[in-house]
Each structure stands twice: as C-alpha cells, then as structure tokens.
Write a protein that binds this ligand. Structure first.
Ligand SMILES: [Cu+2]
Length: 383
C-alpha cells in the first residue's frame, strides 16, 4: 500500500456530484455518511435533506440484520446449490432501493472472462468517474470508479510488456492510481491528482500473477471501499497450459442506508470491518443467477484478486480440488491437490482445476460468514 505524497482535503459529500448535476446528485445521494472530520459539516452545508448515518456501527448493523431474521434462514438442504440458493433472494443487509434511483446505471453482469492479450505494449488512458451503479436488482451504490464501473476494467498483459498509464481526474476529490504489478517510485507515479489534472507513468511488470490496482489517495480505505479498484493480470512470457481463464475480484461493501434509492459507502462501517456484502466482481450472487460455463475436460484457471479492503478470500470450489495453485508468479511456486487457499487483501493468486465431471460447482469464500454475504457463484460444467 503506497502512501501518496499529496494529502488531499477530506472528501466531502459535495465532491460526489459533478458540478452540472450537483444539486440533483445531492438530492438523490444525500449520502456519504462519512465521519471523517469535516465531512459532517460539509454534509450539512451542502445537503439539507441529507440523512447522515455516520453513527452506524457494527453492533447496530448486526442488530438490524438480526431483526430481519435474515441471518437465521432456518433452511438446510444437502444440495450445495440449494444451500447457497438462499442467497438468491434479497440480501439481509440490502435495503430495497427499487427503481427509485434516477441516473443509476442498469444492472449488468460483470464479465469474468480474462480479456485476450493484445499485440504487446499497452497504452491506457483512464478517467475517474462518480457513478450510481446498480449492483443487484434491489441495490444501487454511489460508486467512485475508474472508467465508470466497479471493479474497473480488467487489464491483461505479459511480463515485460510496457504499460503506459494515464489517469485524468474528472471529479472534485483528488484521486490516484497504484498498480501492484509495478515497481516504481510511488511518491511520483502514484501521486494524487486534483480535478482536471492527469498523471502519467509507465512500468514493465517483472512478475506474472494476479495483481490489484487501486486508488491510493488518503484515506485509502475509503477510496478502495468506495469502488476504486480492479485487477491487472500478468501472464508469463511462456504460456501456461491452455485453459478457460476467468478473473474473480473479491471485495467487501460497507453501505449506508438508502437515501432516495442510492446507498453510499459508509466509512465508519469500513473502519468497523463488518461488511454488508462480500462479493465477486462487484455484484452479490451474480454468478449464481448466471453461472460461469465451461465444458467437461476443460482446465479452468481462476485469477483471484482480493481487493479487501480488510478480509481474506478463502477460495474454494465445492466438489472440486485445485489441480494447481500458484503461490507466487506462475509457473513457479506451484502446489497441487489443494482444497482451499486464502488470498490476502491486496493479494492475488491463480487457481487451476480440471473439470472431470459435469455438474454445478459453487465457488465460494469458504469463510462462510462472508460467503453467505454474496461471495459465491456457480461454475457450471457441461458435458
Ligand atoms: Cu480515489
């Protein structure tokens, strides 16, 4: 985790809105229930109708969830798909936001397929955007993003490729970019940039692997926790065995109550480390409803990256064993015959399995307190 040289002002609710839509976004979002010093005043000044919920605590959240009875489903079925199917309904901590979120993006399934390699060097020109994102049928979140979605775009390159990256900040809050695949002076490359300015840097990944990228602007917890992250997958120069390759990015969501249909990210909850949702690729249970499909005989390679910001991803596939897990840069550090392996926050690893039999295989965070909060999907192996 880098520590940028620039110390931006404390983020404000008003920072969330583009100038042209500031009033509307304040009315709709009224939300950043942050308890960073100064934010409360900004809230009050900028949004008289806001419903500050900065006093949310893990305890009250637990009480709320318990009050719904939703953490005690009282259901059991020996079929793992059916067990996990209780997640297909409304999430315990997700208040209904329904259609009352004007301007929100339509729900889309985040494509987990690893993008193909390009012809060589990469030149990326990204912008920061603040977007109300529908992450499920009933939940819209107020996202801080790279390129308008969370996670941001999946980057795929090879060891030694030159990655030239430019970040332009279009919003009022300073932002930055920290690529874990880079070896570079963070004080220069990963510095925060204010609105209207850009930062450009280049790097050549030295190691293969699944790497995180994220905004590193202080407080980093809030910028990651609000959606500013993604994955860069670095393939080795010598190709790995042919496989169907997917990227799974785990992150936790700490959400304030809905205000006008939109749930802000709650910094106080982030500090409490008791998430409302733990998800793969930004949306709870999306691969339960629309599984990842492969064929019998396929080798599947999951590039698993854990954005955190705080908890581990204890990756496991029900009914399968990992043929190979690469503890570090593939193809080195391979271990075989693995049931579960933890990916640390800020870390990433490659997991391979060979689909010998057809069926529905749930991939889960086997820390089930988190798996039950949305960190689960289905690998559908078809004959
Ligand atoms: Cu940021």
């Amino acid at each position: 985790m880098n520590k940028p040289d620039v110390s931006p002002a404390s983020p404000r609710l008003s920072d969330f809105a583009e100038p042209s839509t500031r009033r509307g976004f304040l009315a709709n979002a009224s939300i950043l229930s942050l308890t960073i010093p100064g934010v409360g005043a900004a809230l009050a000044a900028c949004s008289p109708s806001s419903q500050a919920t900065g006093d949310s605590t893990a305890v009250s959240n637990a009480n709320q969830a318990a009050a719904t009875g939703s953490l005690m489903p009282g259901q059991h079925n020996s079929d793992s798909r059916l067990d996990s199917s209780l997640l297909n309904g409304h999430h315990p901590a997700a208040s209904l936001t329904g259609a009352g979120a004007p301007g929100a993006t339509a729900f889309h399934r985040f494509d987990p397929i690893l993008p193909p390699l390009g012809s060589g060097d990469l030149k990326l020109n990204w912008h920061t955007k603040q977007v109300a994102i529908r992450i499920s049928e009933d939940t819209v979140v107020a996202g801080w993003t790279f390129e308008g979605d969370t996670p941001g775009p999946i980057v795929h390159c090879r060891v030694g490729d030159n990655v030239e990256f430019t970040l332009t900040n279009d919003v009022d809050i300073p932002h930055s970019m920290d690529f874990h695949a880079a070896q570079i002076n963070p004080k220069v490359a990963f510095r925060s940039v204010p609105k209207g300015q850009s930062v450009t840097f280049s790097f050549k990944p030295k190691y293969a692997g699944a790497f995180m990228y994220h905004c590193g602007t202080s407080p980093v917890l809030m910028h990651i926790g609000s959606g500013m992250f993604g994955a860069i997958i670095v393939s080795p120069r010598e190709p790995l065995p042919p496989a169907k390759e997917f990227v799974l990015i785990q992150n936790e969501l700490y959400l304030a109550d809905a205000a006008n249909g939109i749930r802000a990210f709650d910094y106080q909850k982030m500090l409490g480390t008791f998430p409302d949702l733990v998800v793969f690729n930004g949306r709870p249970n999306q691969y339960m409803k629309d599984p990842i499909k492969v064929k019998v005989g396929d080798r599947v390679r999951f590039w698993v990256v854990n954005m955190g910001p705080t908890h581990a991803c204890n990756f496991h596939v029900v009914g399968e064993q990992f043929d190979t897990v690469y503890l570090a840069a593939p193809p080195a550090s391979a271990i075989h015959g693995v049931q579960t392996w933890a990916v640390a926050p800020g870390g990433g690893m490659a997991f391979e399995l060979v689909c010998d039999v057809p069926g529905e295989f749930p991939f889960v965070n086997h820390g089930f307190g988190h798996g039950q909060k949305g960190g689960i999907g289905i690998l559908l192996v078809e004959s």
